[in-house]
Structures are given as C-alpha cells and as structure tokens.
Write a protein that binds this ligand. Structure first.
Ligand code: G6P
Length: 477
C-alpha cells in the first residue's frame, strides 16, 4: 500500500529546529518511518502556479516530503481568511471571532482544488490518501471531481463544535457535505464525533448509524482516533536533554526556586490570559510562594497577520509586564515570558526540569504538550500536570489535576496544590498517566487510522449516488 499524507504545515526532519504546532511535530516520526509521501505547503506563494509547482521534493525516511508553492492570488483568503478567521474560531467555539471577507471561501476552495490537482501525480493504483486538518475539509471532494476513487481519509486535529456554532460559518452546509466524499472521517474525541453526527442529522438531514453515514456520495465511516505521542522516544529524549546547554542554563538560573512551565502558540484557544491571571492570583493567595516558584511561559508567535492574534500578543505582553511589576523584585521575575519557539529536544529538557506543567486551554483538540510533559518526567521524582478539562487530553489524563480554565481562583489553588503534593502521590498520578499514554501512542494512532482506511477499500466508493438523504434511522456514531 502506498500512502500519501497531506497537511498544510509539514515538519522537516531536523531535531534542532523549532516546531510550530502539534500536528507537524507529531506526524514527523511516523510519516518518516512509514515511507509515505508527505505533501504540504512550502510556505511560499507564486503568481503563476501550475499543478507542478512543487518547490521541493526531498527524501524523508523511507518516503518523501513534497512541498508545494500555493497560488498567490488565493493564499491570503485561504490561510489567514477562511481557514484561520472562520474555521479555526468556529472549531474552537469562538463564533464571536468569525470574520469572513468576500472571496475567502472561494479562495479556500481554489486552494483545495489546486492541491487536488497537484496530488494527481502521486496517485498510483493502490495509493491511499490521508488528509489532515481543517485547511483541507473539501480536498476529498476536489479529488473525487478529478475522478479519484482511491480510499481517502480525513483526520481533524481540532475539536468539532456544537451544531449552532458550526452553522455560524458561512457556506457551512456546502463544506460539510463536501466532507462526505471522504471514506473515513476521524476525530480526537467522542464529543467531537457526536457533535459532527448531530450536525449531519440536523443540518443535512442525514442519518448516522453504527459510525456510518450514507450520503449521495456513498458511505463514510466516522470514528475517533485520539492522537498520541512517541512515549518512550520522548522520555529518552528528555533524559538526554538534561545535559543540553540551554537546559543547563535554565537549571542554573533557578537557585533552588521551583519552576512551572507552559508551552503554547499564542492563540486565543490556549487560555494564556487566564493562566497569567492564575499566577497573579497565586502570588496573592500564597505570598510565601513568591521567590519559591516562577512560571516559564514559552509563547511562540503565531498567525501574526490576523488581528485577533496580534491583539492577543499585545495584550499578553502588557499583562506579563503588569504581573511582573506587581510581584517581582530586583532579583526575581515571577513570569519568564519568551516569545519564540524551541526545538523538541530543548523543550523535552525544559519539561523535565519543571515541577509543574500548566496546560490550560479554553478548548483544544488534544494538546500534545500535556502528553509530552508527562512523558518527559523523571520517574523517581515526577512533576505534576495541571490540565484543563477542555483539552482532549483530559479524557485520557484524568490523573492530572484537572481544572476549569475560566476559574482563575481554582487554577491558582490547583497550582499551589501541585507544588505541595507529596512524592508518593506525584508518582501514583504519573504512573497512571504513563499507562494511558502507552495504551495510545502515535504509532497506534497511525496504524489504527490507516488500517481503518484500508478496510474501506473493500467497500469501494460508487460514482456520485443520488439517493434520498433521509432514508436511515439515526443512532450515535
Ligand atoms: C494547530 C493546527 C495545525 C497547525 C498548527 C500550527 O495545531 O491543528 O494544523 O499546523 O496549529 O498553526 P499554523 O497556522 O502555524 O500552521
């Protein structure tokens, strides 16, 4: 079986480069090992693009990485426009932030169609295609238009919101119906899967039964595939990273002080403002913790061309300055705020050096930082994970200290509790979390999805069927 994996952002196989976002970093080791062709955006645009506008094709493990220049005329409307100003806020239940300019949806569809044409060169008779994330909801439909009958799977890395929010996205019906050209549609959690099924029933009048929906395009399977990490690989990386110069510098700077760590893209879904407020509150309710603990917040700038993101960057800088001004002293900074990215290796070392991992998104598909923080810990003296109950990871990591990211006082108390937790309880919670991580690694995720996609091959997909849409009775997916 040949596999082609498609995502907007891809990762290079260089351990020392900063990574942007969980998707690319998570996919790299498994795609590399599988021998798949990984196709994505080169990050550059061109005026005159043809289907052969592959900027680079280089080897990646046993397979290849193929980077495509995207059409300049449509890139803004696609990436900053429809994908990140309409879909991303909606998928994270921020309907108030949805902004669509005229032409954005058309640009989004044009880029999906362009990617479909570019993929044709990789479609051999037994190829399967696996499309990643919200940038390419309509890519399957565009491939079908070109006559591709191969198995095509889709996995959404973000949450899928309740129907009312999704219906706030312009052209939502057109788009979600296009998704039904996929043979297999994967989500992170049961909630996402159920929200999607509820949408299909209410907005498209389709029935979902036993994880299947039949539309005029044929049958699509809908299922959950919670993404994991390479647990043992990451643990070994963290152990090795202890001697990395950057990690040694961090340890030396602590002078016996304890460390909490947060690592996020600057994104309104990550709950960064509330997290900084929780530390502000912590130093008010537990003044004895001043000088005894500080937060290292790595906040990688993201999507800076979009107003909601640049506003957030400014707001966070102001907030951190205020909190440091209020609680800091000449020789102590409560919040070390770094606006840049770090390599996986250095991050692994930082996680191991921190007694508390703070992962408090308002809404998150999975959040792999939570999983990486756990895997990076020293088994004898593990740190404590403070985790938002609204991260997909909370379904598995229920031995973390689960918090409501809207409850500032509750978060402050949870951080204080983490700092006071005895070693026996820390070890007990950590072992429970490691067992869950080992039960669902990135390797199992990859093989589970590709096996399920392969299984759809047997069923085949007929040319566009036109049949009554309300013919089945509904059940949970
Ligand atoms: C999230 C998305 C990914 C995306 C990443 C970074 O993890 O699910 O698809 O690649 O954020 O965002 P960016 O816009 O920088 O690619």
């Amino acid at each position: 079986m040949d596999l082609v994996v498609v995502s907007n952002r891809v990762a290079r196989a260089k351990a020392n480069e900063p990574m942007t976002g969980g998707l690319a970093a998570a996919l790299l080791p498994v795609v590399e090992k599988s021998g798949a062709i990984w196709v994505g955006s080169s990050g550059r645009v061109r005026d005159n693009v043809s289907r052969d506008s592959f900027a680079e094709i280089e080897s990646l493990g046993a397979g290849a990485l193929a980077l495509l220049d995207l059409p300049a005329a449509h890139y803004g409307g696609y990436y900053e426009g429809f994908a990140n100003s309409a879909l991303w806020p909606a998928l994270h239940s921020r309907a108030d932030l949805i902004q669509v300019a005229p032409g954005d949806y058309q640009s989004y569809r044009e880029v999906n169609a362009f990617m479909a044409r570019a993929l044709m060169r990789f479609c051999k008779p037994d190829t399967m295609l696996w499309i990643q994330d919200y940038h390419f909801l309509a890519l399957g439909a565009e491939l079908r238009k070109l006559g591709i009958r191969h198995p095509i799977g889709f996995f959404l890395h973000t949450p899928w919101p309740v129907r009312r929010i999704m219906s706030g996205v312009p052209h939502h019906r057109d788009l979600v119906e296009a998704m039904l050209c996929y043979d297999l549609i994967g989500f992170q959690t049961e909630d996402d899967c159920e929200n999607f099924a509820a949408y299909l029933r209410a907005e498209l009048g389709l029935a979902v039964a036993d994880g299947e929906v039949v539309s005029r395009f044929g049958t699509s399977r809908i299922a959950t595939f919670p993404i994991g990490i390479d647990v043992d690989g990451f643990a070994a990386q963290a152990q090795r990273a202890a001697s990395h110069p950057e990690v040694s510098r961090l340890r030396k700077s602590l002078h016996g002080e304890r460390l909490a760590i947060g690592v996020d893209r600057v994104d309104y879904s990550k709950g960064l403002v509330n997290r900084i407020s929780a530390f502000d509150r912590l130093f008010e309710i537990e003044p004895a913790l001043k000088r005894a603990v500080s937060l290292l917040q790595i906040a990688t700038p993201s999507r800076g061309g979009i107003e909601a993101y640049s506003n957030l960057q400014d707001a966070l800088s102001r907030q951190v300055t205020e909190v440091n001004g209020r609680h800091g002293e000449v020789d102590w900074t409560p919040i070390r705020y770094l606006s840049k990215g770090f390599s996986q290796t250095v991050l692994a070392g930082f996680y191991r050096a921190a007694q508390v991992g703070v992962v408090t998104p308002l809404h998150d598909g999975m959040n792999l930082v939570a999983k990486e923080y756990v895997a990076a810990q020293n088994p004898v003296d593990p740190g404590v994970l403070v985790l938002s109950k609204f991260a997909g990871a909370a379904n598995e990591l229920d031995a973390a200290l689960l918090v409501n990211p809207h409850d500032i006082d509750g978060m402050a108390r949870a951080i204080a509790m983490a700092l006071a937790m005895p070693a026996t309880e820390r070890r007990m919670r950590w072992e429970a979390m490691m067992a869950r991580l080992r039960a669902g690694t990135i390797h199992q995720w990859f093989s589970g999805f590709t096996a399920a996609l392969e299984a759809t091959r047997a069923a085949g997909r007929p040319p566009a069927l036109v049949r009554p849409l309300r013919s089945l009775s509904g059940a949970a997916c």
